[in-house]
Design a protein around this ligand. Structure first.
Ligand code: NAP
Length: 293
């Protein structure tokens, strides 16, 4: 079986790598951050980590590395995972009130004794760079320009646009109806004038629906689930799934079976996941720019 790297440039399909998308976003962010620093604003993310779960530590390293590449400062607030909900909300209130803090990132999932909804609502919407506060989600619903959308749906749209894929008027099928992915992504696609269908585990005859689509977004969390029977040679696939299978990171799409037979496909790893962090940093810089006014 060939790895994605070995397959680069082979076959009929266009492989929509995340790296060039990220490089272009970072080039733009570096210029904007330089301008902010000239005006005395030092863009800063404050991350709150409860305990030291390996997943959180890995994500923290990734965020720190990405921030270092563009010149964003990161302050990590390491708190015990036994912290009370009240004390956590007090910490969030302090960051909400601190004008030097432009965005707050809270590593999830939270410990079971903490109500995620109460905590999400405590976070000031304008500093909620990871779209936890329902006010930001509802802002996406009414197309509020100040609403901060979730990063992964935005990464899907940014990737398609970067590669010049037309969205307006296209039939888009999203296989996921979660609040972090499918529902907000459907709204973002609608804002781009696509015709959108959302599918889920109760959808009947899924392959007949995905086969009619111009663009399919997969996000079901099942390794190599989608083979060529779900697509045709004109399909553009954005695979959001992240799965570990046989010691490898894979998407929901059987990349080896599909990637030479469709119009375009994002790889896993190296696709949408790569662009997601760039969207988080974009939200931070937007927030830092707004702090000037
Ligand atoms: P989730 O809440 O479990 O949602 C999964 C969705 O897939 C649900 O809507 C579910 O339908 C649907 N589904 C499951 N099995 C299906 C099947 N056989 N046929 C059709 N639909 C099916 O998960 P999530 O948090 O949205 O994440 C989904 C995937 O995206 C995961 O692999 C996750 O790791 C990945 N992800 C990636 C990023 C990134 O940056 N790339 C970010 C977030 C998530 P029901 O609603 O009917 O149950």
């Amino acid at each position: 079986m060939k790895t994605i790297k070995e397959r680069k440039g082979i076959g009929l399909s266009e492989i929509l790598y995340g790296k060039p998308v990220v490089e272009s976003i970072y080039a733009d962010l570096r210029e904007r951050i330089d301008r902010l620093k000239e005006k005395g604003v030092d863009p800063r993310i404050d991350a709150i980590r409860l305990g030291s779960r390996p997943d959180d530590m890995a994500y923290e390293r990734q965020v720190k590395n990405s921030c270092a590449k563009v010149g964003i400062s990161v302050t990590v607030h390491e708190l015990p995972d036994t912290i009370t909900q009240e004390a956590l909300i007090e910490t969030i209130d302090g960051l909400n009130d601190d004008s030097k803090v432009h965005g707050v990132l809270l590593f999830r999932p939270l410990p079971a004794h903490i109500d995620p909804e109460a905590v999400s609502q405590a976070l000031a919407p304008e500093k909620d760079i990871d779209c936890m506060n329902p006010k930001n989600l509802s802002g996406v619903l009414v197309n509020d320009p100040d609403a901060i959308p979730p990063c992964t749906p935005e990464a899907v749209i940014a990737t398609l646009k970067f590669y010049g894929k037309e969205i307006a008027g296209k039939n888009v099928v999203i296989v996921n109806r979660s609040l972090v992915l499918g529902k907000p992504l459907a709204l973002l696609f609608l804002n781009e004038n696509a015709t959108v269908t959302i599918c889920h585990s109760k959808t009947v005859d899924l392959s007949s629906v995905t086969k009619r689509a111009d663009i399919v977004v997969t996000g079901i969390g099942r390794a190599n689930f989608f083979g060529m029977d779900y697509f045709d040679e004109n399909t553009i696939i954005t695979d959001v799934g992240i799965n570990f299978s046989e010691g490898r990171l894979t998407g929901d799409v059987d990349f080896d079976a599909v990637s030479e037979h469709v119009r375009a496909i994002t790889p896993v790893p190296g696709g949408i996941g790569t662009v997601t962090t760039a969207m988080l940093l974009t939200h931070l810089v937007n927030s830092a720019e707004k702090s000037l006014f």
